[in-house]
Design a protein around this ligand. Structure first.
Ligand code: NAD
Length: 356
């Protein structure tokens, strides 16, 4: 049942420049005696450099292994990155090729960034690919539960960081970068908790829609290039990765960085991530690597995988509330007790399970 190897598939077709499927550190096994690897499929447009698409697949695949452990799931991790432009949904040749490749790679997958859910639907209907997540999956898109899981974990991180019961989100300011499938719901939870928000999105309509929906909330809209320099108690990254760099850490005006975006640290692997995590700690910023708390998407996938059409949102919410905040408390406590950063402790706690 264990599968500690790292496999990487590169496939190409007439409309797909290539597809990179990274599997690593698998623990799962399915009813066909195949290792199960869980992780989404992400499309990169053809104008992006080839190298970035590969690195993204490799890094995210590795992170998915750790994320599945953090979610308490016995799945290996994987990520598929596809280098291609949007497809004609009637192009059954390419759609079939993708379906075949996903099946061969033994992935339990779901649509990730830039991968249209319509495409997942066509592939599901025509080629029986079992996607989890997406509007037509039993539990719908994973953005909403991911935001909820991150939010309940963030509340624990706030309590832990301030060790002061009077300190709560209602008296704090939170900078939210990105108001997409996850960021929108994250902003809604934060508004409901009474936080004052600083928001940005390259799609300016998203910020104004939030303000229109919540006219009484404290919402300041800033430009995308101002979000990392506008002072706030918390930064909640909900857009692209690579925003925390060796160069900008000492300029970040936050006490806590805690959000759902994947790969927030601009790093090339675990060693550089830990280096940046130490730098963040030195700068007085509490930071927990995101795969330890943005796990509700995989919990959603697991609920659908195991229960099919009988999966329920109530079960998912119960699982999120049972697992996600507890894991954050466990990790922050372990980090404190061992005088290491929460990023190092997240790796240590996961490795204790993966290599058990
Ligand atoms: P999305 O594409 O729906 O939303 C991203 C939003 O960020 C968009 O509104 C986009 O306009 C905005 N954006 C892009 N670049 C920006 C910039 N430079 N400045 C400000 N805004 C910018 O994607 P999503 O599903 O919400 O995912 C957001 C992040 O969360 C990603 O890093 C993703 O990997 C991660 N994540 C998503 C899920 C999920 O279930 N959707 C689960 C775990 C992690």
């Amino acid at each position: 049942g264990r599968h500690h190897g790292i496999e990487c598939y590169f496939l190409a077709d007439r409309n797909i420049r290539f597809m990179c499927n990274q599997h690593s550190l698998g623990l799962g096994i399915n009813n066909k005696s195949h290792a199960i690897m869980a992780g989404g499929i992400r499309r990169h447009p053809l104008d992006e450099p080839e190298k970035d698409v590969i690195i993204d697949g490799l890094n995210l695949g590795r992170a998915m292994s750790f994320k599945n452990v953090a979610a308490g799931l016995a799945f290996g991790g994987c990520k598929t990155t596809v280098h291609m432009d949007p497809l004609d949904l009637n192009d059954m040749h390419t759609m079939g090729f993708l379906a075949f490749a996903l099946d061969r790679s033994r992935s339990m997958t779901g649509p990730d960034m830039n991968f249209p859910t319509e495409m997942a639907d066509v592939m599901g209907k025509n080629f029986s690919v079992q996607f989890t997540g997406g509007p037509n999956a039993p539990l719908g898109e994973t953005g909403k539960p991911t935001a909820y899981g991150t939010f309940v974990a963030l509340k624990e991180a706030v309590k832990f960081h301030y060790q002061d019961s009077s300190k709560s989100l209602s008296t704090m300011s939170v900078a939210v970068q990105g108001l997409g499938a996850v960021g929108w719901y994250m902003a809604e939870h934060l508004i409901e908790a009474g936080a004052s928000l600083i928001v940005t999105d390259i799609n300016k309509d998203r910020s104004s829609q939030l303000k229109t929906k919540y006219p009484l909330a404290k919402i300041l809209i800033v430009e995308p290039d101002e979000i990392l320099s506008t002072p706030a108690d918390i930064l909640c990254p909900c857009a692209m990765g690579g925003i925390i760099t060796e160069e900008n850490i000492n300029t970040l005006p936050f006490k806590l960085i805690f959000g759902p975006a994947n790969n927030q640290l601009r790093a090339t692997g675990q060693e550089t991530e830990i280096k940046l995590a130490k730098q963040l700690e030195k700068a007085g910023i509490l930071y927990q690597i995101e795969w330890w708390h943005n796990t509700a998407g995989v919990l959603c996938g697991a609920e659908e995988y195991f229960h099919g059409p009988n999966a329920t949102y109530e079960n998912l919410i119960a699982k999120i509330e049972e697992i996600v905040p507890k894991k954050t408390i466990e990790n922050l406590t372990y980090a404190k007790e061992h005088a290491i950063t929460p990023t190092e402790s997240a790796y240590r706690l996961s490795e204790q399970i993966i290599y058990r």
